[in-house]
Write a protein that binds this ligand. Structure first.
Ligand code: HEC
Ligand code: HEC
Length: 192
């Protein structure tokens, strides 16, 4: 069931990638083209694709440059970032930073919310990602992000496989256990 849903989601992404390639000239920075994968106004409904709405403009721009320079890679995202110019990247960052993050669809049980909050304080997530976990400058917003995406990124930082510009996040993920990561993913996804 889950496998089937994922297959469907993947196919939708591949169709979007093809549409992108086909849009010759693609006025590359039209944010509408990003909606195909990242959702309307950057509010993703695909568990594997991050929301971009209300992310700090600098974070979006930095990541797009890292994809373009092949320092962060992803088979779907890399070809999209490849042709973007610096002014287009700046404009995309500003556009998505100005969009409103959708209200999360639900909340996990109270004990999950309480442990999530405790972990983000104990391991200083709030010191970098901000008191409300809305991000700042080159540090991403975590509040209201897709839970599956958050889980995969945290597992990747812990394993040292997720791109990390300064090593801070890889270091921050080291003390997290698998259950901590699971709680964090559910907690962060439910925050406004
Ligand atoms: C074909 C699907 C697809 C399209 C179209 C697409 N993206 Fe992405 N994007 C992805 C995927 C998948 C990821 C997650 C990559 C990963 O897991 O490392 C991603 C990641 C990102 C990230 C990193 C976000 C984060 O939280 O780390 C940014 C920024 C981004 N995309 C911006 C854009 C912009 C701007 C556009 C339009 C110009 C765009 N994307 C179009 C699939 C797409
Ligand atoms: C010292 C500062 C710092 C601390 C502490 C920190 N982070 Fe981060 N985090 C970052 C930076 C910087 C990035 C962007 C990394 C990059 O892509 O180069 C990041 C990225 C992330 C991402 C990827 C999000 C995305 O959209 O791609 C997640 C998830 C995350 N942090 C969760 C956490 C959690 C949970 C904690 C606490 C356990 C934490 N962070 C603690 C600085 C920090």
């Amino acid at each position: 069931m889950r496998g089937k849903a994922r297959g469907g989601a993947l196919r939708a992404l591949l169709v979007a990638a093809l549409a992108w390639t086909a849009s010759a000239g693609h006025a590359a920075a039209d944010p509408q083209l990003c909606f195909a994968c990242h959702g309307e106004n950057g509010n993703s409904s695909n568990p594997a694709v991050p929301s971009l709405s209300a992310q700090p403009a600098q974070f979006i721009a930095t990541q797009l440059i890292m994809f373009r320079e092949k320092r962060r890679t992803n088979p779907l995202m890399s070809p999209i970032a490849a042709p973007l110019t610096n002014p287009e990247i700046t404009a995309l960052g500003k556009f998505f930073a100005a969009q409103t993050r959708a209200v999360p669809p639900g909340k996990p049980a109270d004990d999950v919310m309480a442990s999530g909050k405790r972990i983000t304080e104990q391991f200083n997530c709030v010191a970098c990602h901000g008191a409300s976990l809305h991000g700042q400058q080159h540090i991403p917003r975590l509040a209201g992000q897709q839970a599956d995406y958050l889980r995969v990124q945290l597992q990747g930082f812990k394993a040292g496989t997720r791109f990390d510009m300064d090593g801070n996040m890889t270091a921050a993920a080291q003390p997290l256990t698998a259950p901590d990561i699971d709680v964090l993913a559910q907690y962060l996804a439910a925050l406004e």
